[in-house]
Design a protein around this ligand. Structure first.
Ligand code: LLP
Length: 434
């Protein structure tokens, strides 16, 4: 199988043996905008938004797709998601402010988060976010106080932690029992009753998110069953009507050739059929269904381009190929042991014969993009493209080693537009005071 399947859907190779994305030659993009450069394929993102909407709504009419902004957001992307009719899930004043500055309708913004500050909650109320997803008792009290001064009652969802294991990396599990996120099921009734007893809040429904990069359906089905069982019990005991249920995100992306991800249609089928059957079994009205995909909307449509610098041989040990980015813009390999595939964009037709380790330029031995990959023979000036970098790379980027965060371009039909300029040296001291 060709590695191209891991790249954006518009990826192709031209007659010069160069990788094209969105009809743009990536060798030329690197020359024009410099590297490290993040390239987003507009058609790929839009197709993915449409696919999520369609696959869920054709099986469950009252459903909505909320893109999880933490995967990566900026003004241009917020506008794109608005055009595609998605909602957004934000987790901080910062994300809220970015999407608001892009003119995103705030009633289509949901706000989860395990330790929201009073300031963030105040902003959420002032800016009129659609739902505040209350995570714990402290927040419930805090919001209850703040909402007393509100003329219109805020709509809230209650986040529960269903206690299931999604079989993914331990850093990205969230819905298990031993988790900082959400109310554990044993305290679910108390939290729900507390919320219902607060006339200044409107409890619209429930929320869970069990983790990320989940390639199985069973954990979702288990979680849906647990939450529906809870909703039915609360209906009986407290007259609670679950108008809405958010089942979070977590849809997997294919990062390597031997780890395929299920199609969106299969997730949609498993999730909606569990929900429909569960509601029927328990005599519950079908709630509005919200999904919050992040990684799977943007992941494959983003590519990182780097320029090769030093090629160093340690005889009998390894050949290191160092590039001009690394853990500053993509910390995933170092943090999660994540694997990303790599191609050489100016040598797409050359035979892959050299085993190398692609290293970043940051002062950490752990700053390795990929270990022991076979690529065409490399020299300084070659351009590498790393696949599946749309999600959780730029949003986790840092200025470690006082590096400059990369530029980002959106490509479509042979045209590239800059949607975030590269940081400059002046940006590094912008906040310093002497
Ligand atoms: N909803 C909530 C409440 C979340 O916490 C998350 C992700 C999502 C939705 C979206 O999940 P997704 O569809 O993107 O899997 N930095 C890690 C992933 C952290 C995920 C955090 N929460 C990584 O690079 O693997």
């Amino acid at each position: 199988m060709s590695k191209l399947v891991l790249f954006p859907s518009t990826a192709e190779v031209n007659n010069k043996g160069h990788l094209l994305i969105g009809g743009c030659d990536t060798v030329e993009l690197a020359a024009e905008f410099g590297t490290p450069l993040y390239v987003f394929d507009e058609l790929g993102i839009r197709r993915r938004c449409a696919e999520f909407k369609q696959e869920f709504s054709q099986r469950y009419t009252d459903s909505a797709v909320f893109y999880s902004a933490k995967a990566f957001i900026n003004k241009a992307l917020a506008q794109l998601f608005n055009e595609e009719g998605l909602g957004l899930d934000v987790v901080s004043a910062g994300e809220m402010s970015i999407v608001r500055s892009a003119g995103f309708p705030m009633d289509r913004v949901y706000f989860p988060g395990n330790n929201k500050s009073a300031e963030e909650l105040k902003l959420a109320l002032e800016w009129g976010v659609g739902r505040i997803v209350v995570d714990n008792f402290h927040e419930l009290e805090l919001l209850g106080e703040l909402a007393r001064e509100q003329s219109n009652k805020p709509d809230i969802l209650l986040r529960l932690s269903p206690g299931v294991d999604p079989h993914t990396h331990r850093y990205i599990i969230t819905g298990n029992l031993d988790s900082k996120f959400g109310v554990p099921m044993v305290h679910g009734e108390k939290a729900l009753a507390t919320a219902l007893a607060m006339p200044q809040l409107k409890l619209r429904g429930l929320h869970f998110h069990i983790g990320s990069q989940i390639a199985e359906f069973e954990p979702y089905q288990q979680a849906i069953d647990i939450i529906l069982g809870f909703a039915a019990e609360m209906k009986q005991k407290h007259g609670f009507e679950m108008e809405e249920l958010s089942i979070g995100g977590g849809f997997a992306v294919q990062y390597t050739l031997d780890s395929p991800a299920p199609p969106v249609a299969d997730y949609a089928e498993a999730m909606t059929s569990s929900l429909i059957k569960g509601c029927q079994r328990l005599g519950l009205a079908q709630p509005r269904l919200i999904i919050e995909p992040g990684r799977s909307v943007l992941g494959q449509s983003g590519v990182a381009l780097y320029t090769v610098g030093v090629v160093k041989d340690i005889p009998g040990v390894r050949r290191y190929v160092s590039v001009d980015g690394g853990m500053g813009d993509n910390i995933r390999p170092a943090l999660y042991g994540a694997e990303h595939e790599v191609v050489v964009v100016n040598k797409m037709r050359e035979r892959e014969t050299d085993k190398v380790t692609v290293a970043g330029k940051f002062c950490e031995s752990g700053d390795i993009i990929i270990k022991d990959i076979v690529l065409p023979p490399l020299a300084a000036g070659d351009i590498l493209a790393v696949a599946d970098c749309g999600a959780y790379c730029l949003s986790l980027a840092s200025n470690y080693n006082a590096s400059l965060k990369p530029a980002v371009v959106m490509v479509k039909e042979g045209k590239a537009r800059l949607i975030r300029r590269r940081e400059t040296l002046d940006d590094l001291t912008r906040c310093d005071l002497v």
